[in-house]
Design a protein around this ligand. Structure first.
Ligand code: LUB
Length: 212
């Protein structure tokens, strides 16, 4: 179904009904995820109830449970979102003509903005910190970003963008650790208010030491 076709007849409604229902369910699920992320990022996993989520969304608790069978499932879905949104960003950046090293810089520039502005990024991070209190299978933290940056830095080395002796995997591990550290300090002191400035300081130093 393209656009927002309005069924003209009962037959049309029957034909488009399932697609419309599916679209509405998808939008409701996304709204619940966003509002749950706000709540998880404002405090921590234990302090948030499914009733809190229902109230923030403006739905009944039963309606939330229709989309997410438990608070654990909701938290796991927020963490999944935290990672799933980055591969398309990498694709867009790489298709934008940036070199591998420029792509690393652009990607982390966007990550810094996401930490400042995006409840999913903030909540995904908080939930990973709370992971021992969540009875759900969560991805091991830092692995996704470390592998992502290792791949990009491998490509940067292949294009002679890295200083001799810089190992892409070591640089990726150090960059993820440093970035995670500045976002943690920024969150603790300013609720991520100064993360962009902190990243700019780290970015200047780090890429000066990496660049050929
Ligand atoms: C990019 C820094 C690392 C990233 O930031 C927060 C966090 C916790 O889930 C991360 C991870 O990779 O798991």
């Amino acid at each position: 179904m393209t656009g927002t076709h309005r069924p003209q007849t009962a037959r049309d409604a029957a034909r488009h009904g399932p697609a419309l229902k599916q679209e509405r369910a998808f939008q409701t699920r996304a709204l619940i995820l966003d509002k749950a992320a706000e709540l998880f990022s404002e405090s921590n996993y234990r302090s948030v109830s499914m009733q809190d989520v229902a109230d923030r969304v403006g739905m009944t608790k039963g309606a939330v449970y229709f989309h997410f069978r438990s608070k654990e499932a909701l938290a796991a879905a927020v963490v999944a979102c935290h990672y799933e949104r980055w591969p398309p960003v990498v694709e867009e950046i790489r298709n934008g003509g940036l070199s591998p090293l420029e792509a690393v810089e652009e990607l982390l520039d966007r990550a810094a903005l996401a930490f400042r502005d995006d409840p999913i990024m903030q909540a995904g991070t908080q939930l990973q910190l709370d992971r021992d209190t969540i009875n759900a299978e969560l991805p091991a933290p830092y692995v996704y970003w470390t592998n992502l940056l290792t791949d990009l830095l491998d490509a940067a080395r292949a294009e002679n963008q890295l200083r001799t002796g810089v190992r892409p995997d070591s640089a990726a591990r150090a960059l993820v650790a440093a970035f995670f550290g500045i976002q943690h300090i920024s969150h603790t002191l300013t609720r991520h208010g100064d993360i962009v400035g902190r990243w700019q300081e780290l970015r200047e130093l780090f890429f000066h030491s990496l660049r050929a």
